[in-house]
Design a protein around this ligand. Sequence first.
Ligand code: SF4
Length: 424
Amino acid sequence: MESNNLNDNRNKFNRRSFLKNVGAAGLASVLASGTVQGGPNEPNAPAKSQGLKFPKVPRRKLGKTGVDVPCLSLGCNRLDNQIILRSALKWGINYWDTANSYVGGESELNIGKFLSKSPELRKDLFIVSKASGAWKASTPQAVVDEVEKRLQTSLERMNTTYIDMYYGVHGLSEPAQLTDQLKQWVIKTKKRGVIRFFGFSTHTNMAQNLSAAAKLGWIDAVMASYNFRLMQDNEIQAGIEACHKAGVAVIAMKTLGIRTDHKVETEEDKKIVGRFLQRGFTPTQANIKAVLADERISSACVGVNNVADMTSNAAAAIDKTELSQEDTTALKEYAQATCSGYCAGCAHICNSTLPSVPYISDIMRYLMYYNGYGDRNGARELFAQIPANIRNRLLSTDYSTAEARCPQQLPITRLVAEAVTKLA
Ligand code: SF4
C-alpha cells in the first residue's frame, strides 16, 4: 500500500510525520482547524492546538514577470466570506483570483473588507481581477473605456490602489479582441502604477488564443482552461509550449475538469474515485496533481466552497507524492470514457456549424456551473446575458450537424434543452 494511504496515515499520524503525510485527504480536514489530534504514540493526549506551523504551497515563476506565485491559487468565483481568505494565507496561498462580475461584485467587496481590516497585508498579496463583459462594447475604443471603468470599480471595491494582474479580457474568444487600442491602454495603465501585469482569461478556443498571446509581446499571462482532459489536446499543448518559450505565464483554470453533466454518476466515476482513494487522494487532489505535474503551469487556480476544500487542495499541492504512470493512464482513460459530458471549449467548431447560435460552448459552460459547481444563480445570470432573440430559438434549432462535428461527441440537443429548463 502507498506510503500516504489514508487509512494507514490515520493511525500513524503524529506531528513529526505531518510533512510526509499531508497529502492525504483525511489529514487535510484534521488540519483545517490547525489542531493536532493525539495518536497511538500519545493515546491520552486530548485534541489541542499545538501552534502548528503550516507548510506552504510551493512557488513557481510567473513567466518572465520576475515574481513568483504559489502553484495553487485561490479562485474567489463563489467566495464572499473572510474565513477562507485567511485560511488560504496560512498555506501561503496569496494569489487571489477574482473578477468584476463574481458573486455580483461581492467577491471583490469581500477582498476589500479583508484589506480594510488588514491593510498591512496588501503588500503580501497578489491580487488578480478581470474586466468582465467589457469586450461586449461596440468599438475597440468603447471596449477600452469599459475596461477602465471596471478597473476603477474593482480598485474601489477592493480598497487597493493597484491590481497585481489584470485580465482585461475576461473570456477571450478570439485573438482579434486583443486590439492595438487595448495594447496602448495597457502601456499607459502600467505607467500609472494601477496595474502591474496584464493578460486575459480564456475558456473557448484556448489553443489559438494561447498561441496568439505568445507572439504579441505585451501579454504577461494567460489564464486558460487546462486539466487532465484538455492536456490530451495537441493544439493546446502547442499553445502552452509557445507561451512557455515566450515567457508568458500560463495559469490553469477549470483545473478539475468538471463535467457539464456532473451529477450523472457512471461506472467510470466510481472506478476513478475508488482508484484514487486507494492511493490516498481524493479525485480532486489527483486532478490538481495532474495539472501541477506540468511545470510550465505557473499556478492552478481552484475555487472552493469551504475551509475543508481549501485545506484538501493545499495538501495536494504540498504533498510531494507524484502521480504514477498508471494514475496518469487511468485519468486519460477516464477522460476518454466520459468525454461526451465535457465541453472542451472548441467554440470555433460549433460556431462555424451554427453561426446563428454562437453560444453553444457558453451554454455548456453555464450548465457546468449549475450542475458541477452548484452555482445556480451565477449560471442563470450568465444565461440571461445571451441575447433574447437567440435564447428564444434555442429549443427550435437543429443541432445535428454540430453534434456530428463535436470532437467530444456531446449530446448538444439534450444538453441545450436541459440548460433551457434549468437556466431560463
Ligand atoms: S460543444 Fe463540442 S464542438 Fe462545441 S465547444 Fe463544446 S466540445 Fe467543442
